[in-house]
Write a protein that binds this ligand. Structure first.
Ligand SMILES: C[S@@+](CC[C@H](N)C(=O)[O-])C[C@H]1O[C@@H](n2cnc3c(N)ncnc32)[C@H](O)[C@@H]1O
Length: 264
């Protein structure tokens, strides 16, 4: 009988080692072949201790290469082994489905080709952010955007809603990043200043990647954001600046108010 390949996409979480869930670990150990991306050398070593024969895809991130080209090459490397009949695991940092294009592409392509493919959930940077900053996305609502998308598509922030912006170190950078794009950060800051006051306190956040380390929680005024120290792992948290107003007409529709207040 010809072996039927299958793909399992997993996330290793943010904190090295301890974020890896039981199901993802099992998938990594049980696969015939494993491909992985790790955010740094320590994470890479820890991953290889679990699966010494795993193949890193980091070499595909060539400087000056379009990210789309790199992602397509990753998907192709993974899928050619699935097509050949292997049970393949593709492991990436964080949650594999959160701000992670090649993982979704790999699952979609595999399924389109009639191959079995699944994605397991994992801890993302947002999960750490809510815990470390003590904020609940349900309290004021929460918008979440890739920072380049936020700028390029003219998305509008609502000052009464928390805003989480990802990939703030590479705003407007469509190639594999070499350094922080400060021009992009300045453009983002200018756009946010159209909605929030200059003195608004924002947070450049980096979840701790290693046990015993603290998260980086850098508060700064919005008008100083362009000069803030930003690592490739930084996410921006913009807390609400105003309180949302109740809409009496909707309260009536919900039965929470018997009638509209008479206007003064
Ligand atoms: C390509 S996305 C990957 C996100 C990942 N799949 C996840 O679930 O968190 C990379 C972005 O995730 C965020 N990120 C990754 N590691 C982080 C960390 N340690 N702390 C805060 N944000 C992080 C940053 O916004 C970074 O630019």
């Amino acid at each position: 009988m010809i072996a039927r390949g299958e793909l399992t996409v997993v996330g290793t979480g943010i904190r090295c080692g301890s974020d890896l869930g039981a199901a993802a670990r099992r998938a990594i150990l049980d696969a015939d072949e494993v491909f992985f991306l790790a955010p740094g050398p320590l994470e890479r070593s820890v991953f290889l201790a679990l699966r010494p024969d795993a193949t890193s895809l980091a070499g595909l991130y060539g400087a000056g290469v379009d990210r789309e080209v790199t992602y397509a090459a990753m998907v192709e490397r993974v899928l050619e082994r699935v097509r050949a009949g292997a049970r393949v695991c593709f492991a990436v940092p964080g949650h594999p489905g959160v701000y992670a294009q090649p993982t979704h592409d790999a699952v979609r392509r595999a399924r389109a080709e009639g191959l079995a493919a699944m994605m397991l959930p994992a801890l993302s940077a947002a999960d750490h952010l809510y815990a470390d900053l003590g904020v609940d996305p349900g309290e004021s609502g929460s918008y979440s955007f890739d920072a380049t998308d936020f700028v390029a598509y003219g998305r509008r922030a609502d000052p009464s809603v928390a805003l989480v912006l990802w990939q703030i170190s590479v705003i407007g950078d469509l190639q594999n990043p070499v350094e922080v794009n400060r021009r992009g950060l300045a453009v983002l800051a200018d756009i946010l200043l159209e909605t929030y006051p200059a003195s608004h306190d924002v947070v450049v956040y980096e979840a701790a990647r290693y046990a015993l380390c603290d998260p980086v929680v850098e508060h700064c005024r919005l008008d100083a954001l362009r000069h803030a120290s930003v690592s490739p792992f930084a996410t921006l948290y913009v807390p609400p600046a105003t309180i949302a107003e109740l809409v009496p007409e909707r309260l009536v529709r919900l039965g929470l108010l018997s009638e509209l207040p008479s206007s003064a």
